[in-house]
Design a protein. Structure first.
Length: 282
Protein backbone atom coordinates (compact mmCIF):
# COMPACT_ATOMS: atom_id res chain seq x y z
CA UNK A 1 0.00 0.00 0.00
CA UNK A 2 2.82 2.44 0.89
CA UNK A 3 4.54 1.65 -2.42
CA UNK A 4 1.44 2.70 -4.38
CA UNK A 5 1.05 5.94 -2.40
CA UNK A 6 4.73 6.82 -2.89
CA UNK A 7 4.55 6.09 -6.63
CA UNK A 8 1.48 8.32 -7.04
CA UNK A 9 3.20 11.09 -5.05
CA UNK A 10 6.27 10.90 -7.32
CA UNK A 11 4.11 11.04 -10.44
CA UNK A 12 2.15 14.02 -9.10
CA UNK A 13 5.34 15.87 -8.14
CA UNK A 14 6.88 15.35 -11.57
CA UNK A 15 3.65 16.52 -13.28
CA UNK A 16 3.47 19.67 -11.15
CA UNK A 17 7.15 20.38 -11.71
CA UNK A 18 6.71 20.47 -15.45
CA UNK A 19 3.33 22.20 -15.49
CA UNK A 20 3.77 24.83 -12.75
CA UNK A 21 4.95 28.25 -13.83
CA UNK A 22 7.35 29.81 -13.38
CA UNK A 23 10.20 27.29 -12.60
CA UNK A 24 13.94 27.60 -13.26
CA UNK A 25 16.05 25.02 -15.07
CA UNK A 26 18.24 24.51 -12.01
CA UNK A 27 15.22 23.82 -9.81
CA UNK A 28 13.89 21.41 -12.40
CA UNK A 29 17.21 19.49 -12.44
CA UNK A 30 17.22 19.25 -8.65
CA UNK A 31 13.63 18.02 -8.63
CA UNK A 32 14.35 15.41 -11.31
CA UNK A 33 17.38 14.24 -9.33
CA UNK A 34 15.28 13.87 -6.18
CA UNK A 35 12.68 11.90 -8.13
CA UNK A 36 15.35 9.54 -9.43
CA UNK A 37 16.77 9.08 -5.93
CA UNK A 38 13.30 8.32 -4.56
CA UNK A 39 12.75 5.70 -7.30
CA UNK A 40 16.11 4.13 -6.48
CA UNK A 41 15.31 4.01 -2.78
CA UNK A 42 11.95 2.44 -3.57
CA UNK A 43 13.56 -0.29 -5.71
CA UNK A 44 16.23 -0.97 -3.06
CA UNK A 45 13.54 -1.23 -0.42
CA UNK A 46 11.65 -3.80 -2.50
CA UNK A 47 14.85 -5.81 -3.05
CA UNK A 48 15.65 -5.82 0.65
CA UNK A 49 12.11 -6.93 1.46
CA UNK A 50 12.38 -9.76 -1.09
CA UNK A 51 15.72 -10.96 0.28
CA UNK A 52 14.46 -10.76 3.86
CA UNK A 53 11.31 -12.70 2.96
CA UNK A 54 13.32 -15.48 1.28
CA UNK A 55 15.75 -15.55 4.19
CA UNK A 56 12.89 -15.92 6.66
CA UNK A 57 11.40 -18.76 4.61
CA UNK A 58 14.79 -20.50 4.52
CA UNK A 59 15.31 -20.09 8.26
CA UNK A 60 11.82 -21.45 8.93
CA UNK A 61 12.52 -24.46 6.71
CA UNK A 62 15.83 -25.10 8.48
CA UNK A 63 14.17 -24.78 11.88
CA UNK A 64 11.45 -27.25 10.93
CA UNK A 65 14.02 -29.79 9.74
CA UNK A 66 16.25 -29.35 12.79
CA UNK A 67 13.29 -29.76 15.13
CA UNK A 68 12.12 -33.04 13.55
CA UNK A 69 10.98 -35.70 15.98
CA UNK A 70 12.80 -38.99 15.36
CA UNK A 71 11.21 -42.12 16.78
CA UNK A 72 12.91 -45.47 17.35
CA UNK A 73 11.49 -48.93 17.04
CA UNK A 74 12.96 -52.23 18.24
CA UNK A 75 13.60 -55.03 15.75
CA UNK A 76 13.85 -58.80 16.22
CA UNK A 77 17.63 -58.29 16.08
CA UNK A 78 18.81 -56.81 19.41
CA UNK A 79 21.82 -55.27 17.66
CA UNK A 80 19.65 -53.37 15.16
CA UNK A 81 17.43 -50.37 15.81
CA UNK A 82 14.94 -48.75 13.47
CA UNK A 83 14.93 -44.92 13.28
CA UNK A 84 11.84 -43.15 11.89
CA UNK A 85 12.57 -39.48 11.04
CA UNK A 86 8.97 -38.71 10.06
CA UNK A 87 9.93 -37.86 6.45
CA UNK A 88 10.54 -39.83 3.28
CA UNK A 89 13.93 -41.53 3.17
CA UNK A 90 13.77 -43.31 -0.20
CA UNK A 91 11.16 -42.46 -2.81
CA UNK A 92 9.14 -45.11 -4.59
CA UNK A 93 9.14 -47.60 -1.71
CA UNK A 94 12.67 -48.80 -2.47
CA UNK A 95 15.39 -49.93 -0.08
CA UNK A 96 19.18 -49.62 0.00
CA UNK A 97 21.58 -51.75 2.04
CA UNK A 98 25.04 -50.64 3.21
CA UNK A 99 26.65 -53.67 4.91
CA UNK A 100 29.90 -51.72 5.40
CA UNK A 101 31.41 -48.26 4.93
CA UNK A 102 32.87 -49.17 1.53
CA UNK A 103 29.39 -49.55 0.06
CA UNK A 104 28.39 -46.09 1.32
CA UNK A 105 30.18 -44.21 -1.52
CA UNK A 106 26.88 -43.28 -3.17
CA UNK A 107 25.13 -41.90 -0.08
CA UNK A 108 26.23 -38.81 1.91
CA UNK A 109 23.95 -39.81 4.79
CA UNK A 110 25.33 -43.34 5.00
CA UNK A 111 28.89 -41.95 5.01
CA UNK A 112 28.04 -39.66 7.93
CA UNK A 113 26.45 -42.51 9.89
CA UNK A 114 29.47 -44.79 9.39
CA UNK A 115 31.69 -42.11 10.96
CA UNK A 116 29.94 -42.81 14.26
CA UNK A 117 32.03 -45.23 16.27
CA UNK A 118 30.17 -48.48 16.83
CA UNK A 119 28.03 -48.44 13.65
CA UNK A 120 28.45 -51.71 11.75
CA UNK A 121 25.87 -51.38 8.96
CA UNK A 122 23.20 -48.99 7.65
CA UNK A 123 19.95 -49.76 5.85
CA UNK A 124 17.53 -47.31 4.20
CA UNK A 125 13.83 -48.08 3.82
CA UNK A 126 11.01 -45.97 2.35
CA UNK A 127 10.51 -44.05 5.61
CA UNK A 128 13.03 -45.49 8.05
CA UNK A 129 16.75 -46.00 8.69
CA UNK A 130 18.00 -49.17 10.36
CA UNK A 131 21.32 -49.01 12.21
CA UNK A 132 23.15 -52.17 13.27
CA UNK A 133 25.81 -51.79 15.95
CA UNK A 134 29.09 -53.67 15.82
CA UNK A 135 29.45 -54.55 19.48
CA UNK A 136 26.78 -56.26 21.55
CA UNK A 137 28.22 -54.69 24.71
CA UNK A 138 27.80 -51.14 23.34
CA UNK A 139 24.69 -49.50 24.76
CA UNK A 140 22.12 -47.89 22.46
CA UNK A 141 21.89 -45.08 24.98
CA UNK A 142 25.42 -44.04 23.98
CA UNK A 143 24.88 -44.37 20.22
CA UNK A 144 21.40 -42.88 19.85
CA UNK A 145 22.18 -39.20 20.63
CA UNK A 146 24.90 -39.05 17.96
CA UNK A 147 22.73 -40.90 15.44
CA UNK A 148 19.84 -38.50 16.14
CA UNK A 149 22.10 -35.46 15.63
CA UNK A 150 23.58 -36.87 12.40
CA UNK A 151 20.16 -37.59 10.86
CA UNK A 152 18.76 -34.16 11.80
CA UNK A 153 21.83 -32.31 10.49
CA UNK A 154 21.68 -34.23 7.23
CA UNK A 155 18.02 -33.47 6.50
CA UNK A 156 18.66 -29.82 7.39
CA UNK A 157 21.50 -29.70 4.82
CA UNK A 158 19.23 -30.42 1.85
CA UNK A 159 21.67 -32.97 0.37
CA UNK A 160 20.29 -35.94 -1.61
CA UNK A 161 20.04 -39.30 0.14
CA UNK A 162 21.69 -41.00 -2.84
CA UNK A 163 24.08 -39.41 -5.33
CA UNK A 164 23.28 -41.64 -8.26
CA UNK A 165 20.27 -43.34 -9.80
CA UNK A 166 19.66 -46.77 -8.35
CA UNK A 167 18.83 -49.97 -10.25
CA UNK A 168 15.27 -51.31 -10.00
CA UNK A 169 14.52 -53.66 -7.11
CA UNK A 170 15.41 -57.33 -7.58
CA UNK A 171 11.75 -58.27 -7.24
CA UNK A 172 10.84 -56.34 -10.39
CA UNK A 173 9.36 -58.74 -12.96
CA UNK A 174 11.29 -58.83 -16.24
CA UNK A 175 10.11 -60.02 -19.63
CA UNK A 176 12.64 -62.88 -19.72
CA UNK A 177 11.54 -64.27 -16.32
CA UNK A 178 9.75 -67.61 -16.52
CA UNK A 179 6.33 -68.08 -14.95
CA UNK A 180 7.60 -69.55 -11.66
CA UNK A 181 10.15 -66.75 -11.13
CA UNK A 182 7.45 -64.16 -11.82
CA UNK A 183 5.21 -65.77 -9.21
CA UNK A 184 8.07 -65.86 -6.68
CA UNK A 185 8.90 -62.18 -7.23
CA UNK A 186 5.25 -61.13 -7.01
CA UNK A 187 4.80 -63.06 -3.77
CA UNK A 188 7.96 -61.53 -2.31
CA UNK A 189 6.99 -58.02 -3.30
CA UNK A 190 3.35 -58.10 -2.19
CA UNK A 191 3.26 -60.42 0.85
CA UNK A 192 6.73 -60.96 2.31
CA UNK A 193 8.86 -57.83 1.87
CA UNK A 194 6.34 -55.41 3.49
CA UNK A 195 6.30 -57.56 6.63
CA UNK A 196 10.09 -57.81 6.76
CA UNK A 197 10.46 -54.03 6.23
CA UNK A 198 8.29 -53.43 9.28
CA UNK A 199 11.09 -55.08 11.27
CA UNK A 200 13.71 -52.78 9.72
CA UNK A 201 15.03 -55.16 7.06
CA UNK A 202 14.41 -56.49 3.58
CA UNK A 203 14.74 -59.62 1.43
CA UNK A 204 16.38 -59.55 -1.99
CA UNK A 205 15.73 -62.19 -4.66
CA UNK A 206 19.04 -63.74 -5.77
CA UNK A 207 17.88 -66.62 -7.98
CA UNK A 208 15.86 -69.79 -8.43
CA UNK A 209 17.62 -73.05 -9.28
CA UNK A 210 16.39 -76.65 -9.11
CA UNK A 211 13.44 -75.74 -6.93
CA UNK A 212 15.51 -73.71 -4.45
CA UNK A 213 14.80 -70.00 -3.95
CA UNK A 214 17.95 -68.01 -3.11
CA UNK A 215 17.37 -64.95 -0.96
CA UNK A 216 19.63 -62.36 0.62
CA UNK A 217 18.70 -60.82 3.97
CA UNK A 218 19.33 -57.09 4.50
CA UNK A 219 19.14 -54.54 7.28
CA UNK A 220 18.21 -55.86 10.71
CA UNK A 221 17.68 -59.33 9.20
CA UNK A 222 21.34 -59.73 8.17
CA UNK A 223 22.70 -60.89 11.52
CA UNK A 224 19.42 -61.52 13.28
CA UNK A 225 19.36 -64.76 15.33
CA UNK A 226 15.80 -65.45 14.17
CA UNK A 227 16.48 -64.89 10.45
CA UNK A 228 16.90 -68.62 9.77
CA UNK A 229 13.62 -69.35 11.53
CA UNK A 230 11.96 -66.57 9.53
CA UNK A 231 13.16 -68.10 6.27
CA UNK A 232 12.19 -71.66 7.10
CA UNK A 233 8.94 -71.23 8.99
CA UNK A 234 7.72 -68.04 7.36
CA UNK A 235 8.99 -67.48 3.84
CA UNK A 236 9.49 -71.10 2.84
CA UNK A 237 6.09 -72.23 4.08
CA UNK A 238 4.34 -69.38 2.27
CA UNK A 239 6.30 -70.03 -0.93
CA UNK A 240 5.47 -73.74 -0.91
CA UNK A 241 1.80 -73.06 -0.15
CA UNK A 242 1.32 -70.76 -3.17
CA UNK A 243 3.99 -72.21 -5.48
CA UNK A 244 4.30 -76.04 -5.30
CA UNK A 245 7.40 -75.94 -7.54
CA UNK A 246 9.39 -74.36 -4.67
CA UNK A 247 11.22 -77.13 -2.77
CA UNK A 248 13.11 -74.91 -0.33
CA UNK A 249 14.50 -71.49 0.53
CA UNK A 250 18.12 -70.69 1.43
CA UNK A 251 19.98 -67.57 2.50
CA UNK A 252 22.97 -66.54 0.37
CA UNK A 253 25.62 -63.83 0.43
CA UNK A 254 27.30 -62.12 -2.51
CA UNK A 255 31.09 -61.88 -2.87
CA UNK A 256 31.23 -58.35 -1.45
CA UNK A 257 29.48 -59.43 1.73
CA UNK A 258 31.79 -62.42 2.14
CA UNK A 259 34.91 -60.27 1.81
CA UNK A 260 33.52 -57.65 4.21
CA UNK A 261 32.62 -60.37 6.73
CA UNK A 262 36.15 -61.83 6.62
CA UNK A 263 37.74 -58.42 7.06
CA UNK A 264 35.46 -57.68 10.00
CA UNK A 265 36.34 -61.01 11.63
CA UNK A 266 40.06 -60.23 11.19
CA UNK A 267 39.58 -56.84 12.81
CA UNK A 268 37.74 -58.43 15.75
CA UNK A 269 40.59 -60.92 16.24
CA UNK A 270 43.17 -58.10 16.27
CA UNK A 271 41.15 -56.13 18.80
CA UNK A 272 40.74 -59.18 21.04
CA UNK A 273 44.49 -59.95 20.90
CA UNK A 274 45.33 -56.33 21.65
CA UNK A 275 42.92 -56.31 24.59
CA UNK A 276 44.33 -59.57 26.01
CA UNK A 277 47.92 -58.29 25.66
CA UNK A 278 47.02 -55.12 27.55
CA UNK A 279 45.45 -57.19 30.33
CA UNK A 280 48.58 -59.37 30.59
CA UNK A 281 50.85 -56.34 30.78
CA UNK A 282 48.83 -55.04 33.71
Amino acid sequence: MMDKILTKTLQSSRYLAYRSLPISQSSLKILNKNVVNLHTDLQNSKSRQHVLCNKNKYNLSQLQKRSMFIQTQDTPNPNSLKFLPGVKVLEGGGTKDFPNATNAYCSPLAKMLFRIEGVKSVFFGPDFITITKADEDMEWGILKPEIFATIMDFFASGLPILNESQPPPDTQINEDDDEIVQMIKELLDTRIRPTVQEDGGDIVFMGFEEGIVKLKMQGSCTSCPSSVVTLRNGVQNMMQFYIPEVLGVIQVEDETDKVAKKEFEKLEEKLQKSSSNNDNNK
